[in-house]
Ligand binder design. Structure first.
Ligand SMILES: Nc1ncnc2c1ncn2[C@@H]1O[C@H](COP(=O)(O)OP(=O)(O)OC[C@H]2O[C@@H]([n+]3cccc(C(=O)O)c3)[C@H](O)[C@@H]2O)[C@@H](O)[C@H]1O
Ligand SMILES: Nc1ncnc2c1ncn2[C@@H]1O[C@H](COP(=O)(O)OP(=O)(O)OP(=O)(O)O)[C@@H](O)[C@H]1O
Ligand SMILES: NC(=O)CC[C@H](N)C(=O)O
Length: 554
């Protein structure tokens, strides 16, 4: 009879700061693992604190609360499998990002992270001390090497564990999703397996935390890189895997094989999960938005209806004298298709009163963008009044192209607590609408079918703040704008590179200017889910007052 090592993977969603709640979730997973005969029940990186805790771990009271809970968890799990859980470890001078193995009523062992990610959304060198790579920990019948997340992105920590006798690699993670991330992780983990000749179990958390959306997607790899188990993407799961000894050491028996959807589906799900969890974790179960009949508010309404159920999404049409019949009709159709309630609040009377009130002050001045912005601001005011009165979270609807160039009114349509499409370029908004119209999944709470009418997708985008206004009066056509923005933002390209790619120099320089000048707006903008490698906020940190422009004479 070969030896067996039973490992329960708790792919769960912790809440940052909810130390007692996270401990309860860990205990419930441990009880399930115990009932399933596990030797080891494992939770992800920093699960007890919630990930990322950011500067919370610099508060001694928070770290002490984690330590107390850890002791209590050790006592509560004395009689059964070992429990693995990530938590901060108070050191002599600096804390460590640690992973604890609780067994027999005490802290049996811990390992601390060596490679501290300090790029993109991560800032771990600012928070933690880097520990030396550790040897394996004996857990039940197996010696387990434990590289923590970033530690498994380089060969050295896994190599140290293997050289000092590890038989299995177990990698607890707090790895946020972005496009292409699943393949990237899989390739890196296969490299660790090939280098060490050991099987590897990868465990990641799920759920949204501010701008970051964690996809879970945990998996098991056998030696030679064969996939033995795949847990679902963006869903919680608690699964017990069995490893058995054989001629090549431990091997994971075939486990669950959840499908890994394509990028279009993962992207839409990240927006739904990020929106749902941001609201839930900040105390909202209902949301509202201004529904204009345009494409941006339509996709936001669909995401919200899929996240909260259409009955919990208040859509508000706020027509002005420039609002077309078509927009009124299209807004109605979107709300009807989704099954969401729609109300109408005309802004005309308020705009007139504001105009009359400001008339003496503005005497001798021609109407300009000021009057356009008053309309957007009045909508923002009415929507925030609704949010206050009904306790509904206001969703703001600016796509990444608009957020990039500041094509939105401060304290107007920028009002709102969360922006589901903040990291989706306008050209990607079209794709997301078409994808949602053609696809439906059980996790979507709104109806299937063509919820966004083709006319909403096909008409030329307009802010309708003056007669016959079109976005491309003020901005380059979106395919051109997005191509230049992608080169500037995701590609960090020089103007010369953009020109070499075939774009007009003056247009490239103007877009670059708009991007830099809009930094002040982004600093006052709502958060939204990160979908790509360079989401605005933590991935890209630029000065507000800055004169840099990429010119030949700079
Ligand atoms: N560096 C800085 N730091 C802090 N504050 C700064 C600032 N520079 C200007 N400001 C302030 O910001 C003000 C200008 O910003 P803001 O009032 O927003 O106005 P502004 O950016 O001039 O105009 C808004 C633009 O967005 C367009 N828009 C509006 C609404 C919806 C849509 C859409 O299609 O979705 C498009 C609209 O057509 C117009 O082109 C200044 O008057 C000043 O008060
Ligand atoms: N008539 C309106 N009724 C309700 N909300 C509106 C109205 N006009 C604008 N808004 C709100 O302000 C946001 C900015 O809309 P605007 O029409 O100015 O530009 P947009 O970026 O093209 O958005 P959309 O594609 O949703 O129209 C809208 O997404 C919507 O939330
Ligand atoms: N928690 C971490 O160490 C995260 C960094 C890691 N490279 C990831 O994104 O997967």
């Amino acid at each position: 009879m070969p030896d067996a090592f039973r490992l329960t993977l708790a792919q769960l969603d912790p809440k940052v700061g909810d130390v007692s709640g996270n401990a309860e979730r860990a205990l419930a997973a441990w009880a399930q693992g115990k009932a399933e005969g596990a030797h080891f029940v494992a939770l992800p990186e920093m699960f007890l604190a919630g990930y990322q805790p950011q500067d919370l771990v610099l508060k001694p009271a928070f770290v002490a609360a984690c330590a107390r809970r850890l002791e209590a968890l050790a006592e509560a799990t004395a009689d059964g499998p070992a429990l693995g859980i990530g938590a901060p470890l108070a050191g002599l001078e600096r804390i460590e990002n640690a992973y604890f193995i609780l067994s027999g009523g005490r802290i049996h062992a811990h390992v601390s992270k060596h490679h501290l990610p300090t790029y993109g959304v991560f800032d771990e060198k600012r928070l933690y001390r880097s520990a030396d790579p550790s040897g394996p920990v004996q857990i039940g019948p197996a010696r387990v090497g434990i590289p923590i997340c970033e530690d498994a992105w380089f060969p050295d920590v896994a190599e140290t564990a293997a050289e000092s006798g590890a038989e299995i690699l177990f990698v607890p993670n707090g790895s946020p999703w972005e496009r292409g991330k699943h393949d990237l992780r899989m390739n890196l983990m296969v490299s660790r397996v090939v280098e060490t000749g050991l099987p590897l179990i990868y465990l990641n958390r799920t759920g949204g935390q501010d701008d970051q959306v964690f996809d879970g997607g945990s998996f098991a790899l056998n030696v030679h890189g064969g996939l033995a188990a795949q847990l679902p993407m963006f869903e919680e799961a608690v699964e017990t895997l069995t490893l058995e000894t054989g001629p090549e050491g431990w091997a994971c028996a075939p486990g669950p094989m959840a499908p890994v959807p394509d990028t279009a589906e993962l992207e839409y799900k990240a927006m739904v999960v990020g929106t749902r969890d941001y609201a839930r974790k900040t105390g909202f179960s209902r949301v509202l938005l201004g529904l204009s009949g345009g494409i941006d508010s339509a996709i936001v309404a669909a995401i919200a209806a899929d996240a909260f159920g259409p009955e919990n999404v208040r859509c508000v049409m706020l027509p002005s004298r420039y609002t077309s019949e078509e927009s009124l009709h299209d807004a109605g159709e979107v709300a009807r298709n989704l099954g969401a309630p729609l109300m109408t609040i005309p802004i005309g009377p308020g705009v007139d009163v504001i105009g009359e009130t400001l008339a003496p002050a503005f005497e001798g001045r021609e109407p300009d963008v000021t009057e356009e912005n008053v309309q957007s601001r009045l909508r923002g005011l009415y929507l925030m009044a609704m949010s206050n009165k009904f306790g509904e979270l206001l969703l703001t609807t600016g796509n990444k192209s608009e957020v990039a160039v500041g094509y939105a009114t401060l304290y107007g349509d920028m009002n709102g607590g969360w922006n589901p499409i903040k990291d989706l370029y306008k050209t990607e908004v079209f794709d997301a609408c078409r994808w949602r119209n053609a696809n439906h999944r059980p996790w979507m709470k709104a109806p299937a079918g063509e919820v966004i009418p083709p006319r909403v997708i096909d008409k030329p985008p307009s802010a309708e703040l003056r007669p016959d206004q079109r976005d491309d009066d003020s901005l380059p056509p979106y395919p051109v704008l997005d191509a230049i923005l992608r080169m500037l933002i995701e590609g960090d390209a020089a103007i010369a590179d953009i020109v070499a790619a075939g774009h007009d120099r003056a247009t490239a320089e103007r877009v670059e200017h708009l991007l830099y000048i809009a930094e002040y707006k982004r600093h006052q903008s709502a958060p939204g889910p990160k979908l790509g490698a360079k989401a605005f906020w933590l991935d890209r940190r630029y000065p507000i007052a800055s004169s840099w422009r990429d010119r030949e004479d700079a």
